[in-house]
Design a protein around this ligand. Structure first.
Ligand SMILES: [Mn+2]
Length: 336
């Protein structure tokens, strides 16, 4: 008797459930789990899938520093990293020079680093800690800026590992060698003066330097500047001079205002007479192929509404450099 009662109770429950499901169906449509819903890839560099961009498996890690505090002309570089990642989702994964998809597996994109409102030192410490952690995990760091002052952070972290064998290649319109600017030694206009104290620097594409910087250059006998005017006639002899100066381990910092404003107008401080695409790739390919590049940054993108070409150039530049780094280090996973 009891068994029958139980059976009836169970029947009743099943019946009630069926009615509830029917009601649900009519009121909310078919119930589906998220497993059967199509999502775009997460907000990762190149739009790589979760599977192709896991931190554990990644050879390279994208760090974003949306920091914009001391910018002296047009502000907005805090929007740079997100604009580069958004544009990167339109970059074709096949590299025509390498004839393969060099980085399809192996790039992780970390969330944006948070600026520290206590000031530039705390913000730079946070970036330095992030780079140090990534490097200690054996991964190749790429930092997206943000204003150029963020560059000291990865260089400090990498200097711990590589010591005096670390040298720095800078592409920039500005020499950034002021001791301080607008009362702060952490200005983007004095970033290379800070770096000068950490590592041997070579500066390419420079076309704007102030009197106090020229005095400093003469005083210390700094002969590592390739002036844009020396590159203007299209000769590439200056590349040999760059290569002679670089040590075994090289960090590359690219201020996007190194490029000519005709192809890169979206910077805070544009300067006429800059570098062009193939000329820049020629230099970067040689440095990556012939030295051990240990990290790089691309900074100072200041997105212009409606100008997607600049964002795309920055994204493609990161892609081209990364692909070359993957090839050099034997990290390319061949498709089976
Ligand atoms: Mn600059």
């Amino acid at each position: 008797m009891k068994h029958i009662e139980f059976a009836r109770k169970a029947d009743a429950i099943v019946a009630v459930c069926a009615i509830m499901q029917l009601t649900n169906k009519f009121s909310r449509g078919n119930y589906m789990s998220l497993d059967s819903v199509h999502f775009k890839a997460s907000f990762s560099f190149l739009g790589l899938s979760e599977e192709d961009s896991r931190y554990e498996d990644a050879k390279a890690v994208i760090l974003s520093a949306p920091y914009d505090s001391t910018t002296s002309y047009r502000a907005g570089t805090r929007e740079g990293p997100a604009a580069i990642i958004a544009a990167s989702r339109q970059v074709e994964l096949f590299d025509l020079d390498l004839q393969c998809e060099p980085v399809t597996a192996g790039v992780h994109t970390l969330p944006e680093l948070e600026p520290d409102m206590r000031g530039p030192e705390a913000t730079l410490d946070n970036i330095e800690n992030a780079v140090r952690a990534v490097v200690n995990d054996g991964k190749f760091p790429i930092l997206l800026g943000g204003e150029h002052s963020v560059t000291t952070a990865p260089i400090k972290a990498l200097k711990e590992k590589y010591g005096d064998s670390l040298s720095v290649l800078q592409l920039d319109a500005h020499s950034d060698l002021r001791d301080s600017y607008e009362n702060t030694p952490f200005s983007h206009a004095s970033v290379m003066r800070r770096v000068y104290d950490l590592a041997k620097i070579t500066q390419v594409g420079i076309r704007n330097t102030c009197r106090s910087e020229m005095e400093f250059i003469k005083k210390v006998g700094h002969d590592g500047i390739i002036w844009a005017s020396e590159m203007a006639d299209g000769n590439m002899a200056w590349v040999d001079r760059v290569m002679k100066r670089l040590g075994d381990n090289v960090y590359i910092t690219i201020d996007l205002d190194a490029f000519d404003p005709s192809i890169m107008p979206a910077v805070g401080t544009p300067e006429p007479g800059g570098m062009l695409w193939y000329q820049t790739l020629h230099l970067l390919n040689r440095v990556i192929d012939e030295r051990n590049v240990v990290g790089f940054d691309v900074v100072e993108l200041c997105p212009l509404p409606g100008n997607i070409a600049s964002d795309f150039l920055a994204a493609k530049l990161v892609f081209k450099m990364l692909g070359r780094v993957f090839k050099k280090n034997g990290w390319i996973v061949e498709e089976s």
